[in-house]
Design a protein around this ligand. Structure first.
Ligand code: 5AD
Ligand code: SF4
Length: 430
């Protein structure tokens, strides 16, 4: 029997990267490699990385420098950087004596076994058609599956590195999506999230995103919850809103990044919508899907953002009352348009704006969650609560974390519960 080599994988960044790691695991497990949970037992250490903000890259470089000492005890040990950061920094990662043996870009994961066997340094070519056809990721979750439906992005928002490191949009064939969902359902993952940088522009043969959703609903009546991330406001069609309104499978939640509440800033971000356009969509969604939860992404301190423009974003947050907002401090990314804008906001000011944003959102979320007290929610129990083994936790259909009294036998089941209290991140239920 052939002895398999052990690999350990660490994933950074967004859900897309988590899903890419599941793809990588599938490629390696089908070859001569075996995944281990402890880094101590690894012959190969893989870091699947993110480039969206500089902080994410610094963390990975810090992790590599912490783990490099292992090469002294185990001379054959290999350390590899995968994903967006490999794509962005390329051979620089290998040439700079950081302890990194190889770098593999986002379109070359199928070649990973061969690269490991040949000791090759870097495989970074873009393949704008790459959808990993025929490779079904090995889902690592227990109850929720994230299923990639498209890769890449064509939007070139002026701050964003993603189109530069993940290439152009391409959609996965329905036959593969179908196999992926079948696999997830066989493992009792009843909560399915369709993934892509911009799912609204999914297009395979003549199937657009609303058609894909309807097809999935028809083919897989056993799915309890269907979600999708991320939507770009400019591509969110009335047809999609209609499908959301009619579907009993789609959850009443949408993640719709606004980024800024000021038109001039939105324009310099190349977002292709105005604040009024955004509001129009929010109003349509709220009318069509009662109780829809709305989450968003916001950037603080974009180049040239004046105090008054920043205040427009705060005002928009108060007007819209997002259920939750992921707030980010602008991070200049080399090679993007905004990084070369002259009027960069100074770092301490970016940080102050970020903190103000986070604090405002905390209050809005708390008010929204408190307003749920007395209401019934449906909780898909995913595990024990972090704080107590007598409590279990999971998410409501509108994507809020719920904690309730329960035991091991409740895990994996759907429970109805009443909200009795709330914090700015959790609904306390019974
Ligand atoms: N700086 C800060 N935030 C960014 N994002 C993308 N690029 C940057 C950047 N350079 C944020 C956007 C996006 C989310 C995934 O990350 O808000 O929606
Ligand atoms: Fe980046 Fe914009 Fe594409 Fe989202 S839509 S990945 S923010 S370029």
């Amino acid at each position: 029997m052939k002895i398999k080599q052990n690999y350990y994988i660490e994933t950074y960044g967004c859900q897309m990267n988590v899903s890419d790691s599941e793809l990588i695991i599938s490629v390696l497990d089908n070859d001569d490699y075996e995944k281990v949970e402890s880094i101590d037992n690894a012959d190969i250490i893989l870091f699947n990385t993110c480039s969206v903000r500089e902080h994410a890259e610094q963390r990975v470089l810090g992790r590599v420098s912490n783990e490099r000492h292992r090469k002294i005890q185990k001379p054959g040990l290999k350390i590899g950087i995968l994903g967006c950061m490999a794509q962005r920094l390329g051979e620089r990662l290998i040439n700079e004596d950081l302890g990194i043996d190889f770098a593999i870009g986002v379109d070359q994961y199928h070649a990973l076994p061969q690269i490991l066997k040949e000791d090759c340094g870097a495989e970074l070519n873009f393949d704008f058609n790459q959808v990993y056809e025929g490779i079904i990721p090995k889902h690592q979750g227990e109850h929720c599956a994230f299923i990639t439906i498209m890769r890449g992005c064509n939007n070139f928002c002026s701050y964003c590195i993603v189109p530069h490191v993940r290439g152009r949009e391409r959609s996965r064939p329905y036959s593969d999506i179908k196999k992926d969902i079948e696999d997830a359902l066989k493992s009792n993952m009843l909560d399915i999230t369709l993934l892509g940088q911009n799912v609204n522009s999914y297009l395979f043969e003549d199937k657009a995103f609303p058609t894909l959703l309807k097809q999935i609903e028809k083919d897989f009546p056993d799915i309890e919850r269907l979600r999708f991330i991320t939507s770009h406001p400019k591509d969110l069609s009335d047809e999609l809103i209609e499908v959301m309104a009619e579907s009993s499978m789609l959850c009443n939640h949408i993640h719709l990044p606004m980024q800024s509440g000021n038109n001039e800033v939105l324009s310099r971000m190349s977002r292709s919508y105005s604040f009024d356009d955004y509001m129009l969509i929010v109003n349509k969604l709220r009318k069509a899907v009662p109780d829809i939860a709305l989450t968003t992404d916001l950037i603080a301190g974009f180049p040239g953002e004046s105090e008054a423009q920043f205040k427009d974003t705060l005002q928009a947050m108060s007007d819209i009352c997002f259920d939750y907002a992921f707030c980010f401090k602008y991070s200049p990314r080399e090679g993007t348009e905004a990084a070369s804008y002259e009027n960069q906001v100074k770092e301490p000011e970016r940080l102050r704006r970020l903190q103000e944003m986070i604090e405002l959102q905390r209050k809005i979320t708390l008010d929204k969650y408190k307003a749920m007290i007395g209401k019934e929610v449906e909780v898909y129990v995913e595990g024990f609560s972090k704080k107590s083994k007598k409590k279990v936790s999971g998410k409501s259909r509108d994507f809020k974390i719920c904690v309730l009294t329960g035991s091991a036998s409740d895990i994996g089941s759907i429970m109805r519960a009443k909200v009795i209290d709330a914090t700015a991140g959790t609904l306390i239920c019974e």
